[in-house]
Design a binder for this molecule. Sequence first.
Ligand code: GDP
Length: 367
Amino acid sequence: MEKVLTCEGCGAPLQSEDPSRAGYLPESALAGGKRICQRCFRLKHYNENTDVPLDDGRFLKMLHEIGQKKALFVKIVDIFDFNGSWLPGIHRFAGRNPVLLIGNKADLLPKSVNKDRVVQWMRSEAKHLGLKPVDILLISAEKGYRIREAIEMIDYYRNGGDVYVIGCTNVGKSTFINRLVKEIRDEDTGITTSFYPGTTLNIIEVPLEDGKTLYDTPGIINHHQMAHYVGKRDLKIITPKKEIKPKIYQLNDGQTLFFGGLARLDFLKGERTPFTCYLSNDLLVHRTKLERADELYENQRGKLLSPPGEEDLDRFPPFYRQEFSIKREKTDIVFSGLGWVTVNRPNVVVAAYAPKGVHVFIRKSII
Ligand code: GDP
């Protein structure tokens, strides 16, 4: 029987078909006798952590397994897509273990935003979603904002034990761990310098000074966000890279906003109201009359109303319409992965459109 070659780093069977799966190694390297997968190679040489996502079933299995351990759970969410990146049910898996909730990408929020209020909002949202974290922190892994506090909190709440970092893909888990390892290198903080892939497939181990370990676990893909419906080039447009500059529109009922050609919001009923849009600065918002909106969309999608560009239109699913009756002042209408629009007055009725599959919902305003 042919022997399956496995990676010397993580133990995954080596393969050259799919770079996003574990054990990937380019064919030439495999033929050349290399026995370490690309991910472990990068990790070893550049301290670069490249997560390979798990499918939902394996992810649940992993959570079940780590839930049996006694450890601190550090749950990371993306503050730009808080609900989409939430990972429901963690509190059930964590059992009696403490969960530290970290919101990442704080640098995307407008500077004027009161960060303490966002933390309060995270607390009330977490409670609503069934989680009672021991603490909550808002950080920017990329900019290094509040990384020290994160390290201190982790060290405090782990109480001499192990740590599991969990989160879905793209929340910035790798950036966080890399930042953490860099930050604490050569310092007496309880975490040592070495950083190597563990032998358990996909779980990366950072040894701690007291013999305990910080485990970086693989995430799952958040399927309900806009990212899955656009091409690579458009993804660059819709993903904010720096501080979001909110765009405010004073609307009368009977007016419509288009977010490129990716989503649409109709103001159906209510007094004149300011709508504040928190989206990537590169995404154009187009205002029109509701009575003209269908025709405009028909004629201008892929042109004035883009992304998606004309070449991607046939792959872009039709819009799905949902009506929301907003009772509370300051309510967000969230288009998962695209951003949100804050409605600043109560008693407003709107219709929101996005491709079916993209989660659209309302929540108490984050800002
Ligand atoms: P992972 O899949 O959770 O490991 O996420 P990555 O660390 O690969 O990050 C996903 C994306 O988010 C990358 O494009 C990062 O550059 C970006 N990212 C990570 N941390 C931050 C942050 O603090 N702020 C911003 N603006 N982007 C971040």
